[in-house]
Design a protein around this ligand. Structure first.
Ligand code: PGA
Length: 253
């Protein structure tokens, strides 16, 4: 069966010492509890090795990057490859975050390369999808999200698709304090699962973890996660404070 997952996305926040301290706090907080979900922190490339070194609760706390290159190696100044990420000890990589699509021009084509390289290197992609406000207002949100899934992922075999975690993040809810309602999240998550079922069958769809992201916090996580097709969250701002992040982890009880 699919897993419940709470994943932090630190984005471009914290210096290395600050990030190590935050990771140590999360690691420490997990020592005392048996979380009812997988917990992952996705951190800047510069932090991966140092953060990996302070994670002692490997069974409870996973580590991920926030992106990887669409090439394996070579003359791509400033890029960080999937093999490099995997060699730090990380097990996950966020791909196709709306900030990458919007500010760095990531296309479905580059994302297909990134997904393939992540999988080849044993990394679990956390693949982000979601519409902007104008698309929702024009009632195009289902079409937009479906196209992102079809164009970015439906080249995969069923076996490889089964390794993907999806994160539905309505762009209008990211960092805005404006969360989708639990019913809006459920409606889209059910649609996503149905889209997967049409391509790969019900079993694959039922086993896919679909996370919600966008202004998720301790005060709203429980209600959103209670929806049948919501399997956890991808957490930006609230993952930067250990207490807030753990409050969201504990929404699964
Ligand atoms: P937020 O970000 O929780 O700060 O809205 C979520 C994300 O972008 O992954």
């Amino acid at each position: 069966m699919r897993k419940n997952i709470v994943a932090g996305n630190w984005k471009m926040n914290t210096t290395v010492p600050e990030g190590v301290k935050l990771a140590e706090e999360v690691n420490e907080a997990l020592k005392g509890i048996e979380p009812k979900c997988d917990v992952v922190i996705c951190v800047p490339f510069t932090h991966l090795v140092s953060v990996n070194n302070v994670i002692t609760e490997k069974g409870k706390l996973g580590l991920g990057a926030e992106n990887c290159a669409d090439h394996k190696s070579g003359a791509y100044t400033g890029e960080v490859s999937a093999p490099m990420v995997a060699s730090t000890g990380a097990g996950y990589v966020i791909l196709g975050h709306s900030e990458r699509r919007q500010y760095y021009g990531e296309t479905a084509e580059t994302l297909r390369e990134k997904v393939a390289l992540a999988l080849e290197n044993g990394l679990t992609p956390i693949f982000c999808i979601g519409e902007v406000l104008a698309e929702r207002e024009a009632d195009k949100h289902f079409d937009v999200v479906k196209a992102q899934i079809v164009d970015g992922l439906f080249n995969l075999s069923a076996e490889d698709f089964g390794k993907i975690i999806l994160a539905y993040e309505p762009v209008w809810a990211i960092g805005t304090g404006k969360t989708a309602t639990d019913d809006q999240a459920q409606e889209m998550h059910a649609f996503i699962r149905q889209t997967i079922a049409e391509k790969y069958g019900k079993e694959v769809a039922d086993n896919t973890s679909i996370l919600y992201g966008g202004s998720c916090k301790p005060s709203n996580a429980r209600q959103i996660f209670a929806k049948p097709d919501v399997d956890g969250g991808l957490i930006g701002g609230a993952s930067l404070k250990c207490a807030d992040f753990m409050g969201i982890v504990e929404a699964f009880d």
